[in-house]
Design a protein around this ligand. Sequence first.
Ligand code: DQA
Length: 143
Amino acid sequence: SSILVLNGPNLNLLGKRQPEIYGHATLDDVAELCRTAAGDVAVDIKQSNHEGQLVDWIHEARESAQGIVINAGAYTHTSIAILDALNAFEGPVIEVHISNVHRRESFRHHSYISARADGVIVGLGINGYAAAVRHIRDLIPTD
Ligand code: DQA
């Protein structure tokens, strides 16, 4: 079994981009945190700046992943295509935002993904990913 941790646009610059908002940790640090949180469950961590690539990976997860953790970046606020793809995925989906989007600009307050997500974590920094991975791991039956 495996957990897909999906990251959207600009998250490749994590640690370098607006550190006052997103912190100094990098996406490699996120990967390490997620692997630790997942224990013996495999974690597949991916990032793309392209909406269609994210859609394709969610489709692939139908066959390969038991759950999805997704930080879709700005596509959170715009992408019906990502929502539709997640609706075609049957396992648990947890939406993560590093920053507290509700304390920021009003255009960040609406998420298309929240209509599908089983849980939403905002404002915990990169620890939100670890909490999301632990939650999904706890839902996966052990054998
Ligand atoms: C973000 C919040 C989004 O509004 C923003 O576009 C991002 C990152 C977060 O993790 O806080 O790229 O998803």
